[in-house]
Design a protein around this ligand. Structure first.
Ligand code: HEC
Ligand code: HEC
Length: 348
């Protein structure tokens, strides 16, 4: 006992001799930037500058038409909503609701994911049921719990009788005799969505700017790599490139308090192995796209991170790890070009 007290007083003396008390994590060796940058580049990679699709060649005119359509309530039956209602570009491409209200006032079952960087996902929707943004864009317009238009023809008739769209469609598809087709609506919206990429501070770090991230964010990046988040969240989007079961180490609904037990990709393939499989979401802009998970059941990012540790890795993450991971994820917040955050000038 005496020895212990002696040791204690010596260490207190030693500490006070070294100046103010430093909490543990700060005393750790500083991150070796060149090593971490090389490692991160091999796992993730910088966000590409564009997301082209050979089958949908981009043009300024097509993007402009898509921009108009994206913000236009004409696309919904009672003219109550546009794509931007559920995927608001002023709030990182989401409406921040657990699930969204459709044109008829009823709610869907799933959380509206962000459209930002979505063009780079391997497939679209939480269950991957559409291959790309071109195919996806046709869905919500006719979906009875979303925009609820009764038919493609009805939408086309609406657009065709609008003088603004006469000019916009002709300019976007100059070589076509009749540019007013549902396919052309999809292609224009998709071309617009392909512009919605959001480089962030993390990309500057990958490009060797070691000052782009704080020490805590770098610790978070190391944690993200070393604790195994990267098994699923990899590539330039830190996700979006594979399906994985939600709840490898337990039933997800016991952690998220989800009311429904959404079976994910099983609903598309009816294949047993796909039960509770979801597309791994991108981590880009994640701090801004709450609430989390396919049903928006979790509001807080730290809680979502803890649940991931438990359900996907069977790990109880420490509070320090959670804070560092959260800080790192915040460094993935990018910016949407200002002009795309609102409707183009002439839209009514
Ligand atoms: C009523 C709200 C609502 C409207 C309006 C709406 N969406 Fe969505 N959107 C959703 C929901 C909910 C999902 C996810 C559904 C699922 O995965 O089953 C989704 C998914 C998507 C995705 C897939 C993203 C990903 O990460 O997989 C894209 C892209 C998208 N919508 C674009 C659009 C476009 C373009 C329009 C307009 C033509 C539109 N949405 C209109 C609610 C809406
Ligand atoms: C085994 C695969 C796997 C691992 C490992 C994994 N995740 Fe996930 N992650 C997923 C899947 C699948 C989802 C989507 C779950 C759902 O909503 O259905 C997800 C969702 C998330 C979400 C919510 C995304 C959103 O848009 O709502 C966050 C945040 C997240 N993961 C962070 C992490 C972190 C941090 C780690 C490491 C501690 C991690 N994940 C490890 C597969 C994984």
């Amino acid at each position: 006992m005496k020895v212990n007290i002696l040791l204690l007083s010596i260490s207190v003396l030693a500490l006070s001799a070294c100046g103010p008390y430093e909490p543990e994590p700060l005393k750790k060796a500083k991150v070796n930037d060149s090593k971490l940058i090389a490692q991160a580049n091999s796992i993730f990679g910088v966000l590409p500058e564009s997301a082209p699709n050979e089958a949908n060649p981009s043009s300024e005119e097509k993007i402009l038409l898509g921009h108009h359509l994206y913000f236009d309530n004409l696309l919904s039956l009672q003219q109550t909503q546009s794509c931007n209602t559920c995927h608001d570009l002023a709030t990182y491409g989401v409406d921040r609701l657990p699930t969204s209200k459709g044109d008829n006032g009823g709610f869907g079952d799933r959380n509206s994911p962000t459209v930002l960087n979505a063009a780079l996902h391997m497939t679209q929707f939480w269950d991957g049921r559409e291959p790309d943004v071109e195919a996806q864009a046709g869905g919500p317009i006719l979906n009875p719990v979303e925009m609820a238009m009764p038919s493609e023809e009805e939408l086309i008739a609406r657009l065709e009788s609008n003088p603004t769209y006469q000019d916009l469609f002709k300019a976007a598809y100059p070589e076509q005799e009749n540019p007013f087709t549902y396919t052309n609506v999809r292609l224009a919206i998709a071309d617009f969505e392909r512009q919605l990429l959001t480089p962030a501070r993390f990309d500057a770090y990958l490009q060797k700017d070691s000052t782009a991230l704080t020490e805590l964010e770098k610790t978070g990046l190391s944690t993200f790599i070393n604790e195994g988040c990267i098994t699923c969240h990899s590539g330039p989007l830190l996700g979006g490139n594979m399906y994985q079961k939600f709840g490898l180490f337990g039933n997800y609904w016991e952690y998220t308090n989800s009311e429904e037990h959404d079976e994910g990709r099983f609903t598309v393939t009816q294949s047993e192995g796909d039960r509770y499989m979801f597309k791994v979401p991108s981590m880009r802009n994640i701090a801004e796209t709450y609430p989390y998970f396919h049903d928006g059941s979790v509001k807080d990012l730290k809680e979502a991170i803890r649940i991931m540790g438990k359900l996907q890795l069977n790990k109880e993450l420490t509070e320090e790890q959670v804070l560092a991971l959260e800080a790192f994820l915040k460094s993935l917040t990018g910016t949407v070009p200002e002009s795309y955050q609102k409707a183009p000038q002439s839209t009514s």
